[in-house]
Design a protein around this ligand. Structure first.
Ligand SMILES: Cc1cc2nc3c(=O)[nH]c(=O)nc-3n(C[C@H](O)[C@H](O)[C@H](O)COP(=O)(O)OP(=O)(O)OC[C@H]3O[C@@H](n4cnc5c(N)ncnc54)[C@H](O)[C@@H]3O)c2cc1C
Length: 477
């Protein structure tokens, strides 16, 4: 393992991988204090106009963050949005305006454009300090410090992966993950794909993969038929959703949709060749090139948690206006509870108005939020995970794939903290983002604390700037 040498600037700007930072010798560890930007660095930053500290800083340019910033700007506040993707739009509108057809994304992208809110894309928030109201942000080539008066966190959610024998084979990806790869150019035309896991995302992604020329062999939904049928009947109260469902059904004609069905194992040599499926007592093998598997979404609460916002049942606790337990910090979208696009948008709008102290307009949206929330609740009930999925991993199945920790090494451990200490589970590059939700489902563990940086970072982004003489940090032209 190579540990970067901090004395040399070149080494310090290398990406930290495989938990290097956390394995550094004690005297190499740095305090999590935020670095100060030298004036020289600030000047060569091409986004200098963005760096004047905004009144409202929004983290996340997905639907919730876009809606929040539009409304806050509309109420006369200066707003800056930061997002680690190269484009605005978050997960569902990945790739930005031109990658999406349909009236809803067009309307929101246009509103966002007209609002004139500046966006710093390709920038990841690594750390935050509530007492000084500062965020540490890393872009591809530098680190920046931002101050805010009010902060709106719209960090979204990630997919939940549950371990089963063979799940780490190349060719097995998340459901939204495969869609994102395809949107980024992965060719799937003519490829044979199995989609499995749980939730409506399976259907949306199957439709878009088919549009890209893939052969979707099967959609395996773990939920029981009666839960899904009950949900479908409840759709009648939401005419917009009925139309969406009809449209989806039409585009999925001919693709088998199996309830109470899941992938038990995957096989292959260098990469995936087939999956083993189970539905009730029936078991069979399905050859495929890709298996897209995810068991719903898990809120990204690392940043609010680092700031000490109250978290309960894995979501950030907020009041009616989206305000967290801390004054001046709001949270919106999926990190306050998985609820889908419409709920994310309306929560964003409410918090945007509220952060701009326009509570009147925020209140007018409460009814819309209630309606969207009602649907989200039914959705979460219908796709609750079944207990049988806990029996999928064998002793030799990896649970933490970053640190190669198997189920057998974890099954007698008492907590996530103990697992970290004894096995390094959750201490690799993903910092428990994948195995955290999996071990929570399998063993009932919860991550107890979070430390900065919340993402793997370049050492140069964490080193206190004064430690580096100005002349040794050449200014790129
Ligand atoms: C992989 C994936 C694919 C999905 N695909 C679909 C789909 O096809 N159809 C559908 O209906 N729903 C989809 N969803 C669900 C959809 O994302 C939500 O319903 C909703 O749109 C979420 O909006 P949001 O603004 O809360 O979060 P998101 O859209 O997730 O936006 C959050 C944004 O915050 C950014 N961010 C997070 N943390 C940081 C940080 N520390 N620093 C900087 N930026 C940060 C993220 O990069 C992201 O751009 C998908 C979800 C996932 C996880």
């Amino acid at each position: 393992m190579e540990v970067p040498d901090f004395r040399h600037r070149t080494a310090s700007s290398r990406a930290v991988r495989n938990g290097h930072l956390l394995r550094m010798r004690r005297h190499h560890r740095r305090s999590p204090r935020l670095p100060k930007l030298s004036s020289a660095r600030a000047k060569w930053n091409g986004c200098l106009h963005l760096m004047t500290d905004p009144e409202i800083l929004v983290v996340g340019a997905g639907p919730a963050g876009m809606a929040a910033s539009i409304r806050a700007r509309e109420s006369g506040r200066s707003v800056l949005v930061i997002d680690d993707n190269p484009n605005t739009g978050g997960q569902i509108w990945r790739g930005g305006q031109h990658a999406h057809r349909g009236r809803q994304p067009a309307r929101w992208f246009e509103r966002f454009r007209r609002s004139g809110v500046p966006v710093l894309t390709g920038a990841q928030v690594l750390s935050a300090v509530a007492s000084t109201k500062t965020l540490l942000v890393e872009t591809w080539d530098r680190s920046l410090e931002f101050r805010y008066k009010k902060l709106i966190i719209a960090a979204g959610a990630r997919e939940i992966f549950l371990p089963f024998p063979g799940w780490t084979l190349p060719g097995i990806v998340g459901v939204g993950g495969l869609q994102a790869l395809v949107k980024s150019g992965l060719p799937v035309a003519g490829k044979s794909i199995v989609i499995a896991g749980s939730g409506p995302l399976l259907l949306a992604v199957a439709a878009s993969l088919r549009n890209s020329g893939a052969h979707v062999r099967l959609i395996a939904e773990q939920a029981r038929r009666r839960s899904v049928v009950r949900l479908a009947l409840g759709l009648l109260r939401h005419p917009g959703k009925v139309m969406q469902a009809i449209g989806l059904q039409y585009s999925l004609l001919g693709i088998p949709y199996r309830y109470g069905c899941w992938v038990e194992a995957a096989e292959g040599g260098e990469r995936l060749e087939r999956v083993h499926l189970r539905q009730g007592n029936r078991r069979w093998k399905q050859p495929c090139d890709y298996a897209a598997i995810a068991y719903g979404l898990y809120p990204n609460v690392e940043l609010p948690s680092l700031l000490n916002c109250r978290i309960q049942n894995d979501v950030v606790v907020v009041d009616d206006f989206g305000k967290t337990s801390l004054d001046d910090i709001y949270c919106v979208g999926e990190c306050t509870g998985i609820g889908g696009l419409d709920l994310s948008l309306v929560k964003g709008e409410i918090a945007g108005y509220a952060a701009a102290e326009d509570q009147g307009r925020a209140r007018r949206l409460f009814a819309a939020r209630k309606k969207a929330g009602h649907f989200a609740h039914r959705l979460n009930q219908a796709f609750a995970l079944r207990q049988e999925l806990k029996t999928l991993p064998k002793d030799e199945t990896f649970v933490c794939r970053c640190e190669d920790v198997t189920y057998g090494r974890l099954k007698n451990v008492s907590s996530f903290r103990a697992a970290k200490l004894h096995t390094r589970c959750g201490m690799g590059p993903c910092q428990g983002r994948l195995c955290g939700p999996a071990t929570q489902f399998l063993f009932g563990w919860r991550a107890e604390s979070i430390r900065p940086p919340i993402f793997p970072a370049r050492v140069g982004s964490l080193v206190i700037d004064e430690a580096v003489p100005e002349e040794s940090a050449p200014i790129p032209q």
